[in-house]
Design a protein around this ligand. Structure first.
Ligand code: NDP
Length: 471
């Protein structure tokens, strides 16, 4: 039994079977989480299908008003949710941690409520009137990761609901508790069945992608899982938005002031302990400033207070889970064996919790695991280059294409370099900044489709053309 319940048709459903959710800061159990059976999933999809009949006909203004209420409800419960998020996810309450994430979730919901889906008159003359409208798709299945669980849930749920769809969401088993509680809070703002939330074991996501009565999947997670989602969604030709992993390169040109850019580079690399899809994960630095920048980066990355995120003096928490921790440590050990020079960090505490300080490894090259594989943790490889075209080629060499950045005192020159990067967003003198009015998505294997802004909202609609011939 658990204090937490699945949210199905507006009800909180306690399940017989549960699993333990652990705090990555101390490996202690936070609470038990319900395990949904296939019948629970079917009930959630049925509730969402039934609710779609009426919700899809609610006026645009009324749906916008409800999304505004959702934003206020998240904001008024943000402290409760932030503390729960810190306990199960590990991120600190302070800094760019749980309170920051809850602020983002409420802000994104509020902005999304203001977006419009107007009709478009394509032709209106003596021959015909042709009008394009955007209609909701149906039941949207939202499959979520563990890195920014609440903010990403809002990115999935609110535009779906705003556009007239209904939702079945599935949090990651690593971070289900705050999502279940947030779903309960959001669901109270909505008619029964518009938002449902199921949690469980590893087969639940696949059941969703195979379910014949889910019409669209929005998925944020790894590239291998994204490919599986695409494959199993094909039987019913589901609409898909896939926001997958990245291995973003940053290129530092020869004209930067190392002391000025170092703090922003560290922030772009280690936002959320590096567990951010569009974090800076490979840094290419021109040889003329390489040594100076390495020194400044080590200064900026050292001495960050690390520990249990509930202690407000800490600004860095643990890596979220054991699997991820083992992966990051293995990449670090491999880099050292291959001759990588540790500039700072690397001293891993021998106590409970998945802690690793911000760690910079210089003198590494393309072809090493630490460069070619997404670390998704507090570990950044630094690579020296002398020819800018070589650095651009390296940045573009991988299958990923989420973000990238160029750092320079000459922003026009940097913007020209940025435009040569094969990625969805190319930043100049920053990395990872996103906003609800700016479309965001990946190219190549980093994803399909975009989130945010009108373009993101459109992903939750089908176009219908009404073509009226005139006599
Ligand atoms: P996954 O991509 O495996 O999991 C993300 C979500 O997908 C979870 O809810 C998971 O649930 C679900 N899922 C897993 N398999 C399937 C399937 N076959 N069909 C449908 N849904 C499925 O990420 P992990 O948590 O395992 O992390 C692995 C790596 O992914 C990380 O090391 C990191 O590199 C990357 N990652 C990228 C993120 C991003 O923001 N782009 C976010 C998180 C991770 P369940 O676990 O129950 O199967």
């Amino acid at each position: 039994m658990s204090d937490y319940g699945l949210i199905i048709n507006g009800d909180k459903i306690v399940t017989e079977k549960t699993f333990a959710v652990k705090n990555p800061a101390n490996e202690e159990v936070v609470a038990n989480c319900p395990i949904a059976t296939k019948d629970h999933l079917n009930s959630a999809v049925k509730a969402a299908s039934d609710a779609f009949i009426t919700w899809s006909k609610v006026s645009d203004d009324d749906r916008a008003a409800v999304c505004g209420k959702i934003s206020s409800a998240i904001a008024s419960h943000s402290e409760e949710l932030a503390k729960l998020l810190t306990q199960e996810q590990g991120k600190p309450l302070e800094g760019a941690g749980s309170r920051f994430e809850l602020g983002g979730a409420a802000g994104w919901a509020g902005y999304t409520s203001t977006l419009k889906l107007p009709e478009k008159i394509i032709q209106d003359d003596e021959n015909a009137k042709i009008v394009q409208t955007r209609k909701p798709i149906g039941v949207v299945g939202s499959i979520l990761p563990w890195n920014w669980p609440l903010m990403i849930a809002v990115w999935h749920i609110v535009p779906a609901i705003r556009a007239g769809n209904t939702v079945v969401m599935k949090p990651s088993p690593y971070t289900p508790l705050s999502s279940l509680r947030m779903a309960e809070i959001i669901s109270a703002c909505l008619p029964a069945g518009v938002l449902n939330c199921v949690t469980g074991e590893d087969n639940l996501g696949q059941w969703m992608t195979e379910h014949p009565n889910i019409q669209k999947i929005i998925f944020t997670g790894s590239i291998p899982t994204g490919k599986k989602v695409m494959s199993s969604s094909s039987a019913s030709l589901k609409r898909l938005t896939l926001e997958l992993g990245g291995n973003d390169a940053g290129i530092v040109l020869d004209d930067v002031d190392p002391a000025a850019v170092a703090p922003d580079i560290i922030q772009g690399a280690f936002l959320n302990n590096g567990q951010t899809c569009a974090a800076l994960k490979r840094l290419y630095v021109h040889d003329s400033i390489y040594d100076d920048l390495c020194k400044e980066l080590a200064n900026a990355a050292s001495g960050i207070p690390m520990g249990d995120g509930l202690d407000e003096s800490n600004l860095q928490g643990p890596i979220q889970n054991k699997m991820q921790y083992d992966k990051v440590v293995a990449l670090f050990e491999d880099a050292k064996e291959q001759g990588g020079r540790v500039l700072c960090g690397g001293d891993i505490p021998n106590e409970p919790g998945y802690f690793m300080p911000y760690t910079l490894v210089a003198d590494v090259n393309d072809g090493m695991r630490i460069v070619d594989e997404e670390q998704f943790g507090p570990l950044l490889p630094i690579i020296k280059y002398s020819d800018l075209d070589d650095a651009i080629n390296s940045a573009n060499a991988l299958e990923t294409g989420l973000g990238g950045s160029v750092w320079s005192s000459d922003t026009e020159r940097a913007a020209k370099v940025a435009s040569q990067l094969e990625c969805g967003t190319a930043w100049v003198n920053g990395h990872g900044g996103i906003a609800p009015n700016v479309p965001f998505g990946g190219v190549k294997c980093s994803g399909i489709g975009v989130e945010f802004a009108e373009e993101g909202l459109h992903e939750y609609t089908n176009i219908q053309i009404v073509n009226v011939a005139k006599a």
